[in-house]
Every structure is written in structure tokens, then in C-alpha cells.
Design a protein around this ligand. Sequence first.
Ligand code: ZN
Length: 149
Amino acid sequence: MTAPVRPAPVADADSAGFWEACAREELVGQRCGKCSAWRWPPREHCPRCHAADPVWERLGGTGRIVGFVVVHRVLDPAFADETPLAIVHVELDGTDGEMVLTSQLQPGEWSSAAVGAPVSVRFTRVREGLTLPTFTIQNEPQEAHHVLD
Ligand SMILES: [Zn+2]
């Protein structure tokens, strides 16, 4: 029996720049070359001014979870060794709230998923020609909570 193969995103003319950057382990966002509006998902024309001329801007790779779901059942055999896993929506820093990436937390971090949790990108090389941006929870200094009695 052959090992199950993970489904892969299919790059098109608009998203190719994003996936090429992932292969270099860089996270980028598409902006309008005319008015600088963010374009997410990447697209041919600006939603604000309708210009073409997309440009790619390198991002810092940090953000916050704005939504998530934890998958406890193995829905695809290719993910059996990572289940349970957390699928997350990450609002990326530096994008004016316009770029929310759907991704997953690093295997084993599913129980730490929480709305508002700070995360940073980790590139996962699934196989030759497929590198995906995934995220890991950032540890911030915890605020001290004291109960006085
Ligand atoms: Zn524009």
C-alpha cells in the first residue's frame, strides 16, 4: 500500500507569486501597485481601484488567531499522524486586517488554539515542490493573575 498523498494547493496566475515565496520560506501578501490596497486572495484586479499591476510585499510572518476549528477525526488518511489538528484563520500583522490566511497549527499544538493567540509562521516542506505556511503559538509573557483573599 502506498502512503496517502496530501492534497496540494493549485497555483494559478494570480497566486503563483505567493506559492513561489513559500518555496523560499517567505510569507508575502499581494498589494495593488497603484493604490496599495491589499488583495487577498490574490487577484488580477484591485477591488478598490480596479487597476492591474499587483506587487508582492514580504510580511513579518506574525499574526493572531481570529478563528479556528479542531479536527478530532481523521478525515483524510494523509493527515492521520497529525490528528487532532487545529485549522486556524490568522490575521497577519502589517496587513491592516485585510489578509486572513487559512492554515494549520503545528502538529501537537491543537489544544493551545484560542482566538487572540499570537502566532508566527513556520514553513513546512511537505514534499518536493510543496512548502506550506503553517503556524506556531508564540509564547508571550503571561500576565500575573493573583487571587487575593
Ligand atoms: Zn488599487
